[in-house]
Design a protein around this ligand. Structure first.
Ligand code: ZN
Length: 259
């Protein structure tokens, strides 16, 4: 099942919905974390007549660095002994089609194509085998990174957490085995990143169990699972697409910040 969050028209009502194989979006009553009842008295709409939003509204986005050996190596880093976990604020989240803003305080913005897991129920202290039971599903993410600020800033608050640095979407796929999925990033049609989730140093279930030992995860929280090799620069005007096999494609355009 594909779960979307959408707006019917500019300034119109925002709803969660289910996207059917017929291309129709059926609105849900409330959020998708409970029984998922169709909203009474409201009509299904064709996908191309609604505006998709980020498919979830996370309280936090938890991410992992250097979870693909070839990506760690391309930036001159070792694979860390313990998972390298960091946070991206909820304010960095944008949806499909929204603009990634290249901030004036950076000269080097990179895409990072990633599989993103979405938490479905409040949970903590998970064992790896518990994780599939707490997930709503998976979506695509671009872990946008101001590479030139990561080392000088020490903390990654701006490098990873600036506004618009967490595109998510286009929907949450609830039926997906994350073990061996192709993950790509293309910029203006050129394939820059291409890898498989099978190459992860620590697989999804292990990562989420590790994170849940320290923090309670809430419905809608998002876990970014690391990026394969091939990260590269994005420039204003570029069109960037992250694709995850079995999920779909997330496309955003980069714009220069108004100064
Ligand atoms: Zn990343």
């Amino acid at each position: 099942m594909r779960i979307v969050r959408y707006q019917e028209a500019d300034g119109g009502e925002v709803s969660y919905g289910v996207l059917g194989a017929d291309g129709l979006v059926v609105p849900l009553e409330g959020d998708p974390y409970g029984e998922r009842r169709p909203a009474s008295g409201r009509f299904a709409r064709p996908l191309d007549e609604v505006r998709l939003l980020a498919p979830v509204e996370p309280s936090k986005v938890v991410a992992v660095g250097r979870n693909f050996a070839a990506h760690a190596a391309e930036l001159g880093n070792q694979v860390p002994e313990r998972p390298l976990i960091f946070l991206k604020p909820s304010s960095s989240v944008i949806g499909p089609g929204e603009e990634i803003v290249f901030p004036g305080y950076s000269d080097e913005l990179h895409h990072e194509a990633e599989l993103a897991a979405v938490i479905g129920v409040r949970c903590r202290d998970l064992r790896p085998e518990d994780v599939p039971g707490v997930l709503l599903g998976y979506t695509c993410a671009n872990d946008v990174t101001a590479r030139d600020l990561q080392k000088p800033d020490g903390q990654w608050w701006r490098a990873k957490g600036s506004d618009t640095f967490c595109p998510l979407g286009p929907w949450v796929e609830t039926e997906l085995d994350p073990a061996a999925l192709r993950v790509t990033a293309t910029v203006n049609g050129d394939v820059r990143q291409e890898g498989s989730t099978a190459q992860m140093v620590r697989p999804v279930n292990e990562l989420i169990a590790h994170i849940s030992a320290a923090m309670t995860l809430l419905p809608g929280d998002v876990i970014l699972t690391g990026t394969p090799a091939g990260v590269s620069r994005m420039h204003p005007g570029d069109t960037v697409t992250v694709a995850v096999e079995g999920v779909g494609e997330l496309t955003n355009v980069v714009v220069r910040a108004d100064i």
